[in-house]
Ligand binder design. Sequence first.
Ligand code: FES
Ligand code: FES
Length: 79
Amino acid sequence: MNAPRIAQKEPYACEVVEGKIYSWCSCGLSETQPFCDGSHSETDFSPVMWKAKATETVYFCGCKQSKGTPFCDGTHSSL
Ligand code: FES
Ligand code: FES
């Protein structure tokens, strides 16, 4: 696969915990969106690791087209 699968055309709002590392799915195939479940193993995609600096709500990209991964940058609105 050359392009990621669009998991959904909107972000996932997630409560993250300070100091915890998250593994964002870049391929779109994971069953546990927006996080990697290993489904990328047959593709050239890899998860994006990100460490939370604070306990707060963040918006992870669901369309997998963001230029600012792992977060939504609004690109989904033009899909
Ligand atoms: Fe998509 Fe791992 S399942 S990057
Ligand atoms: Fe991907 Fe917004 S959900 S840019």
